[in-house]
Design a protein around this ligand. Structure first.
Ligand SMILES: Nc1nc2c(ncn2[C@@H]2O[C@H](COP(=O)(O)OP(=O)(O)OP(=O)(O)O)[C@@H](O)[C@H]2O)c(=O)[nH]1
Ligand SMILES: [Mg+2]
Length: 238
């Protein structure tokens, strides 16, 4: 059996935060925002997941929010749920390599491949996760439920500045989201709304403090429903 590289035992453990949600809801933008806001407070790293490209990593590097070396891509080559839930090996190795190369890191952000409403991270990969919806996806999405909407550590209803243009009542959507989550936190966010950005960073500071004091336990939002792909394979991600 090959020896485990020594660094896997020596690098200090970062707080690992997952960002999941449907395609285009603003996951990469939210990560860029967090990097911009927090890079002077925390030592940060980023892992992105794309099915076939490293597009998200390239977007984040070109945004200039972090030293480009601290942003790495995992190309999943398959159903994005697989790499963040069923077999997290590639992602875990990427996080551990980053933790080793930039030891010590305070927070590593992991972006999931964009998908539908079903993908959530395994607690074996991240300590907590944000699920991102946007108002342009429709005001009723928050009511549709699913493990990410109902039980992610934080639900972000993003791009609230677009509400008037897409006929969505943001307050109503936020209230629906709160109702779907049994009181778990919801933040209505826009990159143009300073108060909402501060709400987001305050939430993260509290969680990092909880993690450092040993009081935080990762919660699994739960598996997606069994489903099939065009090639006929059915899997459950149980
Ligand atoms: N109006 C508005 N647009 C936003 C906001 N945040 C992100 N966007 C835009 O939404 C689009 C998608 O953003 P991304 O951050 O690439 O979304 P994503 O979820 O990472 O997308 P995938 O990785 O492809 O699933 C981009 O054109 C962003 O500029 C916001 O607060 N307001
Ligand atoms: Mg992205």
């Amino acid at each position: 059996m090959p020896e485990t590289p020594a660094h896997r035992h020596t690098a200090s453990r970062s707080f690992r935060l997952g960002v999941a949600g449907p395609v285009g809801t603003g996951k990469s933008s939210l990560i860029a925002l967090l990097c911009r806001e927090l890079r002077d407070v925390y030592r940060l790293g980023v892992i992105t997941n794309d099915i076939y490209t490293d597009e998200d990593a390239r977007f984040l590097r070109s945004a200039g929010v972090l030293d480009p070396e601290r942003i790495r891509a995992v190309e999943t080559g398959a159903c994005p749920h697989t790499a963040i839930r069923d077999d997290v090996t590639a992602n875990l190795l990427a996080v551990e390599d980053l933790e080793h190369d930039f030891d010590p890191l305070d927070v590593v952000l992991v972006e999931s491949g964009g998908d539908n409403l079903t993908a959530t991270f395994s607690p074996a990969l991240v300590d907590a996760q944000i699920f991102v919806l946007d108002v342009a996806g429709g005001g009723d999405v928050a009511r549709k439920g699913g493990p990410g909407i109902a039980r992610a550590d934080l639900l972000v209803v993003n791009k609230t500045d677009l509400g008037p243009y897409v006929g969505v009542d943001v307050e109503r959507m936020r209230a629906d989201a709160l109702a779907a989550r049994d009181g778990r936190p919801v933040i209505a966010l826009s990159r143009t709304d300073r108060a909402s950005i501060e709400e987001l960073t305050t939430w993260l500071h509290a969680l990092v403090a909880q993690f450092r004091s040993g009081e935080h336990s990762p919660v699994d939002p739960g598996p997606m429903a069994p489903h099939s792909h065009a090639d006929g394979t059915v899997h459950t991600h149980a």
